[in-house]
Design a protein around this ligand. Structure first.
Ligand code: ZN
Length: 469
């Protein structure tokens, strides 16, 4: 069998790994590479293999860095199934449509500017019409139900505990090598979640794998306890409400928003924070929350119990919670002076409605802007997290007079300690581990830890590198 690492190799975006087994080709993930516009366009349109010749695609979860180039794969001739959990298929559908919409709006804006400068127009990465064609390819698979993906390769999806529907992909392969049959297991981690995250079951640790492809996003550091992060959230809300202010939270619409809703519900129910309105202002987050509610089979035991005890209230729905769908509802929030919590996208405050909420609240010291995830360099979220005194939004400069608070422990990715435990769980049988989906420093630091623990064969493959196993 051959594996070629066509994406998320020595970086964290554009996940894409090609397997060649028994004369068949299987693609694990088809993520969007996120870099400079020109590079992104080139890499997203020029596949280093022929999409029409693929036999199957398997998707670990719906995040755009894992699913976001599926519209181009289909456009370039892929006509087979995309195997994934049913929850991932539903989430990926709305995320791809949203991603396409963002591409179209961005392109329109750039083309207006280009026209003024006499420059030629650019094309969107893909359109809403392209994204809509992906839906018919999804072939939903239940967790822990082995299925034959191509001749001689059985696949099982197991819980990854990262976002709703997320899975590790376990491949049991019978290869015909020189008339002899070999049975081997390849374990692809997808993105690994964490223990004790709200709503979701914990990640399943690998068993008896011969080879592993493992993410290493946070290979350089352990995370703080998620329960400690909830205490920090409680304190931020309490002191802001005491000042009569609003808490403004930029959050990713899928995953982080639902975790926050659940945490705030529990804090309010137990009287640890006062009953103030919680408003989720992002159309994608509203749709994603509906999908979360439609997939209770993905919830952990604690959440199942919570639902059973509290049947009259829906999960991700409580008295103080409002979802806004229209722009008018969103704008109406500006006029309100009462303390409230507003959760809105995008997660790094680079686009979406959150920018309007920041503009309207940043110059009032009673308010808090709460940063709850890693912020990429050059984003508005990063400038706020780094405590810049002034920020520019839509070309206007604003003084940062609101409190800016950051909570680090809410990440949905495994930290270094769990990554080490994950890799070592199958140490007795593991022949080689390939680290992907991580920058060089985290990968290097994780490699050192793994070698210390006795794992000898740790590789950090280059982009387009092929290994034969
Ligand atoms: Zn992810």
């Amino acid at each position: 069998m051959k594996i070629t690492f066509h994406g998320a190799a020595r970086t964290v975006t554009g996940s894409q790994h090609l397997l060649e087994v028994n004369d068949c080709q299987v693609l694990l993930e088809c993520g969007l590479y996120q870099g400079r516009r020109g590079d992104t366009y080139e890499r997203s349109h020029n596949f280093p293999f022929d999409p029409a010749k693929l036999d199957a695609v398997i998707l670990s979860h719906a995040h755009i860095d894992h699913s976001g180039n599926l519209p181009n794969l289909v456009k370039c001739g892929y006509n087979g199934p995309i195997y994934t959990t049913s929850a991932t298929a539903h989430l990926a559908n709305i995320m791809l449509m949203d991603s396409a919409h963002v591409q179209e709006v961005d392109t329109e804006y750039i083309n207006k500017k280009n026209a003024r400068r006499g420059l030629p127009p650019v094309e969107p990465l893909y359109t809403v019409a392209d994204a809509a064609l992906v839906a018919q390819h999804f072939a939903p698979i239940d967790y822990d139900e082995p299925f034959e993906v191509v001749a001689g390769a059985m696949v099982t999806l197991v819980d990854a505990g990262h976002i709703l529907g997320s899975a590790a992909i376990v491949m049991d392969i019978e290869e015909n090598v020189k008339c002899a049959q070999r049975k081997k297991r390849l374990w692809f981690s997808g993105d690994i979640g964490r223990r004790d995250l709200p709503l979701l079951r914990d990640p399943v640790l690998p068993r008896q794998a011969d080879w592993m492809i493992m993410e290493c996003t946070y290979g350089d550091k352990p995370h703080s306890d998620p329960r400690e992060a909830v205490n920090e959230l409680r304190d931020v809300v309490n002191r802001t409400v005491k000042r009569g202010g609003k808490v403004i939270i930029p959050a990713f619409a899928v995953g982080r928003t639902q975790d926050l809703i659940y945490d705030l519900h529990l804090l309010m129910d137990s009287g640890q924070i006062p009953s103030v309105p919680v408003i989720v202002d992002s159309p994608l987050a509203v749709n994603a929350s509906d999908i979360y509610r439609a997939h209770p089979e993905c919830f952990d035991e604690e959440t199942q119990k919570f639902i059973a005890q509290d049947k009259h209230r829906a999960i991700l729905g409580f008295d103080m919670l409002t979802f806004t769908r229209t722009v008018e509802e969103s704008k109406a929030l500006n006029g309100r002076r009462d303390p409230m919590i507003i959760i809105s996208a995008a997660g790094m405050a680079e686009n979406g409605r959150i920018r309007h909420h920041i503009i309207n609240n940043i110059e009032n010291p009673a308010n808090t802007i709460l940063i709850v995830s890693w912020q990429a360099p050059e984003t508005l979220g990063r400038r706020l997290a780094e405590r810049d005194k002034r920020v520019t939004i839509f070309g206007e400069s604003y003084e940062v007079r609101a409190e800016v608070a950051t909570i680090g422990g809410l990440s949905a990715h495994a930290g270094q300690d769990l990554l080490v435990e994950y890799a070592c769980a199958t140490q007795a049988t593991l022949k080689e581990i390939y680290l992907v989906h991580g920058e060089p420093i985290p990968a290097q630091m994780l490699t050192e830890k793994l070698v210390e623990k006795g794992l000898r064969q740790v590789a950090y493959p280059d982009l387009h590198q092929t290994v034969e196993i």
